[in-house]
Design a protein around this ligand. Structure first.
Ligand code: 9MR
Length: 454
């Protein structure tokens, strides 16, 4: 996803006379977000998203700033989408999907057929009744989202752990060994454009389980059963660390003629060790031509299903961790724009001439800074269409904080702060603009802010 951005000026430590403004220039520097850096490498960078968190402005601000793909964490699962047989509920999943489309983010569908998170009625079925219910479920859900999904996890976690290489026992498996290929053929018929993936965990290195998945893909390819990709969940911790042959394992699957995707990445730990593992995963994906992208399984540590392991890229306050910087750098991006956006004495740059697409908005910033504090004035401009509201997300350097805001409402005071329009300045005509401002202690944001129509 590309979105016009303007660089937030971070002023040098020198004293600047009040009333003067440093301006901000759009640069062609290295990307400063995960999504932009991954895009420069021809890949997406995604996250699992929970619908109920989208009203959290810190969460939504990071989501829209950093990520170019989303995976509904639970909202597309069988229990969520077909709570009683034949009655489908897409409310929560649609919220995520429609929002992602509006923001130009790809969508990974997760998951059509899985032994877990089945509604009670399905858990109680077996044999032909269950098989038919599965086929209907795959058809209905894939048809509902036809044309909107980049990649579907058609079948999730169908192999057993351990050394047997056997299928996992489940009610679906007991309907017959062909249940997986039936699910894939059904999904292809319902949404021919989506990539169809098999997704699993503990398959990240070469082992009995990944060998079994490998054999399945080989067999599907040989017999013409539709399969386009394999998802490697990549949930790592001390007991199950990043395998040394991770890249080689991705590559051997790619060599079968399928894409590979890192679908649920999280790595328990902290500091340099955690950052190094995240960077290694990122490098592995970049080294495999058919690795389409990386999805982390949540945004902040506190959003994780394994929150106590602090396994993600942002801390509970939404501040980027060392692991974030490591991933961004591995993608070829930098946290701070490489050409200094600082000028002293300040100069005013021309308004960026980049055209802003319909439905979009952009933000330009002037900063007045002094030792220990700053005032930022933000001009919000609508694109070629009118908008009815806006949000601007800005990330402050560590130790800096927003102390007051005018003509907008701030969510949070440090880390990523999201500013939402006031009741009177949300509506902008096409090309129209408004200003808001905030004062803070420390130094002004040094990273790129984003404007999102709301
Ligand atoms: O993160 C998901 C968590 O909120 C759910 O409670 C859990 C229930 O099964 O599923 C988690 O997501 C799983 C994903 O769907 C499949 N791979 C393993 C993930 C972590 O358990």
């Amino acid at each position: 996803m590309t979105r016009p951005r303007t660089v937030f000026a971070a002023l040098a430590s020198g004293l600047v006379a009040a009333g003067t403004f440093a301006a901000l220039t759009p640069t062609a520097d290295a990307a400063t977000t995960l999504g932009a850096a991954a895009a420069a490498q021809g890949r997406y960078f995604g996250t699992a998203v929970a619908a109920y968190k989208l009203s959290d402005t810190v969460y939504a601000g990071i989501l829209d700033r950093e990520f170019t793909s989303v995976t509904p964490e639970n909202e597309m699962k069988w229990d969520a989408t077909e709570p009683s047989q034949g009655t489908f509920n897409y409310t929560s999943a649609d919220t995520i999907v429609n929002r992602a489309i509006a923001n130009g983010q790809k969508i990974r569908g997760h998951a059509l057929a899985w032994h877990s998170q089945q509604p009670a009625w399905a858990q109680n079925l077996s044999g032909t009744a269950l098989r038919n219910a599965m086929v209907n479920h795959v058809t209905q859900v894939a048809t509902h989202y036809r044309g909107k999904i980049d990649s579907w996890d058609v079948v999730n976690e169908a192999f057993a752990d351990g050394s047997t290489g056997a299928r996992r026992d489940s009610n679906l498996q007991r309907t017959g060994n062909d249940w997986i290929e039936v699910a894939f053929r059904t999904a292809r018929a319902a949404d021919p454009a989506a990539k169809l993936c098999y997704n699993d965990y503990n398959t990240d290195g070469q082992n009995a389980k990944s060998n079994a998945v490998y054999a399945l893909v080989q067999d599907f390819k040989a017999r013409g059963v539709p399969i386009d990709c394999v998802g490697f969940q990549s949930h790592f911790n001390a007991a199950s660390p990043l395998p040394a042959d991770y890249q080689a394992n991705l590559q051997r699957f790619a060599n079968l003629g399928v894409d590979v995707q890192i679908t649920e990445l999280d790595i328990e730990g902290s500091g340099t060790a955690q950052a190094d593992s995240f960077a290694a995963v990122t490098r592995a994906c970049l080294a495999v031509t058919r690795c389409n992208g990386i999805t982390v399984w949540g945004i902040r540590d506190t959003d994780s299903w394994r929150a106590s392991g602090t396994p993600l890229l942002f801390d509970g306050n939404g501040n980027p961790k060392a692991a974030y910087t490591a991933v961004l750098n591995a993608l070829g991006g930098t946290v701070t724009p490489s050409s200094p956006p600082v000028s002293s004495p300040p100069v005013t740059s021309p308004t960026p001439s980049t055209s802003v697409p319909a439905g979009a908005c952009s933000a330009t910033v002037s900063v007045n800074a002094w030792t220990g504090g700053f005032v930022a004035t933000v001009k919000v401009t609508a694109g070629t269409a009118a908008i009815t509201g806006w949000r601007v997300a800005a990330t402050l350097p560590g130790g800096s904080a927003v102390t007051s805001t005018w003509n907008a409402t701030a969510a949070g005071t440090s880390g990523t702060v999201t500013f939402t329009n006031a009741s009177y300045n949300g509506r902008l005509t096409a090309g129209g603009s408004t200003e808001f401002g905030f004062q803070g202690t420390g130094t002004a944001p040094g990273t790129t802010p984003t404007c999102t129509p709301a």
